[in-house]
Design a protein around this ligand. Structure first.
Ligand SMILES: *Cc1c(COP(=O)(O)O)cnc(C)c1O
Length: 335
């Protein structure tokens, strides 16, 4: 959904003095803080970069373990491997398809403790974050919410991204997600040290802030690289599109709920399970996931899928479990 106003916002940037690292990124970050209530927002090139920088900001590295859900896009797990850490998976709840808290508790009791857990808010519905946060406190691990599906969603009446129950949260602004910047992502948090670290690593690990330097600044041209960072910046062109889109966030979520209720009604008598809603969450409904009751029907999963596609219904399978990807099987994971 790209409106004339979105296009005008982008064209304005193209006619301005800055195409990247200008005022639009800061405005977009301020809009993300206002939307979520988080103290800090750092806009980056995509959610994969946001996950990578979140892991780095928490000091995740070789010898560490990071756990996530297998029912997600590969990026939720890959970010830990970029840092040299090992990945493991916590099984999901068959009703919500989110990471199962009892499964998490059982895994923690077996003796291994991850350095961080990355719960994924599948389809836009929050995981049971209160229980996750209680376990994080009890066992001592960090929590990064992969909220790529969930911008605009709520948990216990508070916006996803507020980080009330986590150290950091990550959004994606890829075009398939709820609001878009073409490619883009963001890290939200309430700790200024984490936010500063993410911002530093987003731009090569370079600072122009004299207070952070190892010796007095040599002059106005001077900068220092404090550690090895990346070029994970969002452009001003993208940020202007994002800020314009974000103004329609509430309308998008309401429309998605209307459509979800219509699907609920129309699918009620068919042999499928419709999305289960928890009491604590208001989903952003990035996806409306149904599960076929295959025992009750003759056609195969593939036949139903193909016939829906042939009828112009853009279905997709979410997800191929991450641990069954060849690159993960090579690490020893099995079904
Ligand atoms: C889309 C997605 C990502 C990656 O987002 P990009 O912005 O494309 O890097 C990560 N995690 C989940 C759950 C996603 O759906």
């Amino acid at each position: 959904d790209i409106t004339d106003e979105d296009i005008r916002s982008v064209v304005e940037v193209l006619r301005s003095d800055f195409l990247t690292q200008g005022p639009q990124v800061e405005k977009f970050e301020a809009a993300l803080r206002a939307t979520t209530g988080a103290g800090y927002a750092v806009a980056v090139a995509n959610a994969t970069a946001a996950l990578h920088l979140s892991c780095l900001a928490l000091g995740i590295g070789p010898g560490d373990e990071v756990w996530t859900s297998p029912n997600t896009f590969v990026a939720s797990a890959n970010c830990a491997r970029y840092c040299g850490a090992c990945v493991d998976f916590v099984d999901i709840d068959p009703r919500t398809y989110n990471l199962s808290v009892p499964a998490l508790e059982k895994k923690l009791k077996s003796g291994r403790i991850p350095k961080a857990l990355i719960p994924v808010h599948f389809a836009g519905q929050s995981c049971d974050m209160e229980s996750v946060a209680a376990l994080a406190k009890q066992y001592g691990f960090f929590v990064i919410e992969d909220a790529s599906h969930a911008v605009g969603g709520k948990y216990k009446g508070r916006p996803i991204g507020s980080c009330d129950y986590s150290d950091l949260a990550v959004f994606s602004f890829h075009p398939v997600k709820i609001v878009t910047t073409g490619e883009g992502g963001a890290v939200l948090c309430n700790d200024h040290k984490l936010a500063d670290r993410v911002a530093l690593l987003r731009s090569h690990g370079i600072t122009r802030d004299a207070d952070l330097m190892t010796e007095p600044s040599h002059g106005p041209w001077y900068y220092q690289q404090m550690e090895l960072g990346w070029n994970y910046r969002l452009t001003d062109i993208q940020a202007a599109l994002g800020a314009s889109q974000l103004r329609r966030l509430q309308a998008y979520i309401e429309r998605r709920h209307e459509l979800a209720e219509r699907y609920d009604r129309l699918l009620a008598d068919l042999p499928v399970s419709i999305p289960y809603r928890t009491r604590e969450a208001r989903s952003a409904f990035h996806l409306y996931a149904i599960r076929l009751e295959l025992k009750k029907i003759k056609p195969t999963h593939r036949q139903v899928f193909e016939s829906l596609r042939e009828n112009g219904i853009g279905v997709q399978l979410h997800y191929i479990p991450v641990h069954l990807q060849p690159d993960y099987k090579r690490l020893g994971f099995r079904s």
